[in-house]
Design a protein around this ligand. Structure first.
Ligand code: HGY
Ligand code: MN
Ligand code: MN
Ligand code: MN
Length: 428
């Protein structure tokens, strides 16, 4: 009977922090912007290099590697009961423009190192363990967040939408996928949908992307729920015209319509009745973008979230009403109001919470239960498998900017909790 006792496992868990840090640093060099920032966009040349880097590390760890039609990458350590559904773990390596080198990366490189840690300890998995690199978690290129995990979770709506999806340079999703060596065949997308019961559990290691753990001096966050994200695209159209010659009463300045809507977003989230409601206008483009030309087109992208789905949906409804009112008041045309995604929150699975808590205790690491205000691929894996997330502190909670940082010690703690949690779940 392969050895599966834990006692010596806990004491024998040793993380190769030096190699892990080297890998994090090397991976960050595959970027379209200069260090210390990282920009790594889906299917770009840098993304392809980064994928190759990860696949190589998976191979060196003795994992058998496969990729699906759109580039979700799976590295599997076969268990001694290979017919049982596997235990999954993983995250993403795509990075939004001018961001940092830990978001997502800690959950991919850390997962591979967790496998190495278990192998070094002599552990033998009963359920296979599988590291997943989700093809794209950030919405940057095609405006769709968690594209890989959303498809794996079986979204037919997304499979359909991708047939007509293009990026900002008018490159189609399939042309971009093909340029990176993935599918060109639209019919292929349903092959990405996971079979029911593919995983008995899925656990993601991630930096907190908030200040709580660092502020409270706590080593591990055990995530109980992931907030409900939504994103909206809005276009206003007007007559534009000469900034000097067109008098104010004759204008329908859609730059001001956009500004008014952005302030309405702020007002609605502030008056929601809860600090947990947030709203951001991260993209606001004016056309033609000349100082002396009245904007004739404006484009906004709105991100709004809440841990309470109903409260968030009320905010979306109010934003929609305001867009219509602002357009008619200003004699402008609301040419698009598109809800790109309006996702429910996800709750972590009780038995995975227990495994993560037990692992933290056995490793003598301070820990606390908390929610994730950022979304993750786990939000969609929760639709097809019991889910759990492990957070580690990050410097001042910084994320999505070059100052993002997590210490080797904190990363090593997270890897150990992940390794022990995977071991427990593998033997269940
Ligand atoms: O925006 C998010 O929550 C994620 O970090 N992409
Ligand atoms: Mn992110
Ligand atoms: Mn992330
Ligand atoms: Mn995320």
């Amino acid at each position: 009977e392969p050895h599966s006792s834990f006692q010596n496992t806990v004491s024998s868990l040793s993380v190769d922090t030096q190699s892990l840090q080297k890998q994090i640093d090397e991976l960050s060099t595959f970027s379209d912007t200069p260090a210390p920032s990282v920009t790594r966009i889906l299917y770009s040349d840098k993304d392809v290099l980064a994928r190759r880097f990860i696949k190589n590390l998976m191979g060196l760890s003795g994992l058998s590697v496969r990729e699906d039609a759109i580039g979700n990458i799976f590295g599997r350590w076969e268990g001694y009961n290979p017919d049982l559904s596997a235990v999954g773990t993983g995250s993403h390596i795509d990075a939004i423009p001018y961001s940092g080198k830990y978001d997502g990366v800690v959950g991919v490189l850390g997962a591979i190192e967790a496998i190495n840690v278990l192998k070094r300890s002599g552990f033998k998995p009963k359920r296979s363990l599988e590291v997943i690199l989700f093809t794209s978690e950030e919405p940057t290129r095609f405006g769709i967040s968690c594209l890989g995990s959303r498809l794996m979770a079986g979204s037919k709506a997304l499979a359909n939408a991708l047939k007509t999806t293009v990026d900002g340079q008018n490159i189609s999703f399939f042309d971009a996928a093909q340029s990176a060596g993935y599918t060109k065949d639209e019919g292929d997308l349903s092959s990405v949908f996971l079979e029911k019961g593919s995983y008995s559990a899925f656990v993601e290691l991630h930096i907190e992307q908030g200040p709580i753990l660092e502020d409270e001096g706590i080593s591990i966050g055990i995530v109980t729920a992931i907030a409900a994200p939504a994103s909206i695209k809005v276009d206003f159209q007007g007559n534009g015209g000469h900034a000097g010659a067109v008098l104010m009463p004759n204008r329908n300045d859609v730059g001001l319509a956009a500004a008014e809507l952005a302030l309405a977003v702020e007002r609605y989230v502030l008056e929601s009745g809860s600090i947990d409601t947030v709203g951001t206008v991260g993209i606001l483009e004016l056309h033609p973008g000349a100082i002396n030309s009245i904007p004739s087109k404006s484009h906004l992208e709105i991100d709004t979230r809440d841990i309470d789905e109903e409260r968030r949906n009320i905010v979306i409804e109010k934003i929609h009403q305001s867009a219509i009112t602002i357009a008619s008041k200003r004699g402008a045309n609301l040419s698009e109001f598109k809800i790109v995604n309006q996702d429910p929150p996800a709750l972590s699975d009780k038995s995975i919470l227990e495994a993560m808590e037990a692992s933290s205790k056995e490793l003598n690491l301070t820990h606390k239960f908390m929610i994730s205000r950022a979304y993750h691929d786990s939000l969609f894996m929760a639709r097809v498998s019991p889910m759990g997330m492990i957070f580690i502190p990050c410097y001042k909670g910084y994320s999505h900017k070059p100052e993002e940082y997590a210490s080797s010690q904190d990363i090593s703690n997270g890897v150990k909790v992940l390794a022990l949690t995977l071991a427990k779940l593998s033997l269940q």
